[in-house]
Design a protein around this ligand. Structure first.
Ligand SMILES: Nc1ncnc2c1ncn2[C@@H]1O[C@H](COP(=O)(O)OP(=O)(O)OP(=O)(O)O)[C@@H](O)[C@H]1O
Length: 269
């Protein structure tokens, strides 16, 4: 399988301290990879580095190749076409992706229009509207026509996250980065969104970099996982092996904590 993302010896630091120290990993086309680690371990910075969105105050070295294009050191005008076509992202808080003053349907339509332009086509209004409805249906939004006319504050948090996923899908990226996309949601909605993400990514043959501090959540969507701690990559492997026979004491601790939580749930009255 061809390599979609290759990260080599990525280092991120501020003037004051190192934040990510020399991590390397790759994601093959269509592969679903989890990035797990405690709060502050450097997961989001790693994702932002892949998107070329780190603040200018940070010094970044190493190399990142996404869909055959270098990211570190690239000019913004070379990165803009990569975002959307090669990579799209879904974040914890869907309002970061949604414009509060624009109807959901118009926001998705804007992405559909831009993606079509990049493909050299210019679909008419009716064609765009029907693609928008198809995308809202794809992410299992109830009454897609009503949701298309709604403003973000008129729908639930779970529905907003589905809207944000629809926008990411409209880009038809080769890699989807999902950074804690379900953390802000209740447990039932969380399970539904995870299932949705897993299904759409698999159906569309996209690669996935799924970031979470929650081990069972990562096990639901990823085939392989990377474990980060204090800015370093400490372990990686297929999800079954990593969670069944962890070799690093930190991963062992994560697995033990998840098992203890499961056991407590089983015995709960
Ligand atoms: N803009 C910034 N300026 C300075 N330090 C930062 C900045 N953003 C993040 N950091 C620091 O970099 C480290 C890694 O942060 P990062 O957000 O990548 O962690 P994370 O693993 O994604 O955590 P969480 O699960 O809480 O989102 C942390 O120590 C954080 O305080």
């Amino acid at each position: 399988m061809s390599t979609l993302l290759s990260v080599e010896d990525l280092q991120i630091r501020t003037a004051a301290r190192p934040l990510v120290s020399g991590i390397s990993f790759s994601i093959a086309a269509g592969e679903r990879v989890g990035l797990i680690g405690e709060s502050g371990s450097g997961k989001s910075l790693t994702a932002l580095a892949v998107l070329g969105l780190l603040p200018d105050t940070m010094r970044v070295t190493g190399s990142i190749t996404l869909d055959g294009h270098p990211v570190i050191g690239a000019r913004d005008r070379d990165l803009v076409p990569l975002r959307g076509r090669s990579v799209a992202a879904v974040f914890q808080e869907p309002m970061t992706a949604l414009d509060p003053l624009m109807r959901i349907g118009d926001q998705v339509a804007e992405v559909v229009r831009r993606r079509a332009l990049r493909d050299g086509t210019k679909p008419g209004r009716a064609e765009i509207a029907s693609r928008v409805l198809a995308l809202l249906e794809r992410v299992a939004l109830p009454e897609p026509a009503r949701i298309a006319r709604a403003f973000p504050h008129e729908i639930s948090g779970g529905q907003r996250q589905r809207g944000a996923i629809a926008m990411a899908l409209a880009c038809r990226p080769k890699l989807l980065i999902a950074d804690e996309p379900t953390t802000a949601l209740d447990v039932t909605t969380q399970a539904e969104i995870l299932k949705l993400l897993e299904t759409v990514v698999r159906d569309e043959g996209m690669g996935l970099l799924f970031i979470s501090h929650d081990l069972p959540v990562v096990a639901t969507v990823a085939e392989r996982a990377l474990v980060m701690r204090h800015g370093a990559l400490i372990e990686e492997g297929p999800v079954g092996t990593l969670f069944g026979r962890p070799s690093h004491p930190y991963t062992e601790g994560l697995v033990a904590a998840a098992r203890a939580f499961d056991a407590a749930l089983e015995f709960a009255p």
